[in-house]
Design a protein around this ligand. Sequence first.
Ligand code: ATP
Ligand code: MG
Length: 277
Amino acid sequence: MELIHSGKVRDVYADGDDLILVASDRVSVYDVVLPTPIPDKGKILTRLSLWWFERLADIIPNHVISATDVPDEWRGRAIRCRRLTMLPVEWIARGYLTGLGLKEYEKNGTVSGVTLPPGLVEASKLPEPILTPTTKAAEGHDEFITYADVAEQIGADTAARLRDVTLEVYRRGAELAAERGIIIADTKLEFGRAPDGSLVLADEVLTPDSSRFWPADEYQPGRPQHSLDKQFVRDWSSTLDWDRTPPGPEIPQEIVDATRARYIDVYERLTGERWDG
Ligand code: ATP
Ligand code: MG
């Protein structure tokens, strides 16, 4: 099989008209892949994505063809999927203000051109979920763009449909997670176009790499939240004297273990299933 792309986390192979998306155990922070893997992370992301894709299929079709019709060595961490032409946008929905969204708000009072009320603080719940798209940069960091820019780039109809879908997926996900004691603060989606022109949900969905998950019972605005996602590794890396350029630092064993435990915790809480490897 031909390796057509090696992303920060996933390797993408072409198999005829299909793609095989293989999720590794790599973890990236600030767009730098760290040298230490998190055992089982790729399998957890894959299984959780599959679980969500199924529960979102009435909102939008997804790229999954099969999770079993993949080479043996990758079973569990690979998905056979439709090869799409990806749209150059990261579709981010936010129900709470944190991370780069908060930084942007503190500078301008807006995120991706959306004006927010004054007085919001770290982890504030927004009056309603907002769409804050970013570019999907091939090199360097993604940047916030306004919805108007997106509409100009990909067409008003496509933009409007994907805005609605993104917010709907976020709402559905957040509601389901809330029943299980988890706040989904924000999430990032990617879409592509099938050869027949239809829009398809691609990549991964509502995972701890693409979303922020907070335990609801510990939620308290005004301070950083206990995070069950990649933020935990970012927070640890921020305690180091590291300039966020490659090479990234080795992750100590206790941080590896605590990260793995968080990924498993979120998987088990959301799906209600035991993680059995
Ligand atoms: P980059 O592409 O900048 O390296 P990344 O590090 O986020 O981004 P990964 O998430 O590790 O990359 O790899 C997955 C890649 O496959 C992404 O570029 C994603 O946009 C792309 N992708 C996901 N699903 C599909 C699909 N169905 N068809 C085509 N490309 C896809
Ligand atoms: Mg990615």
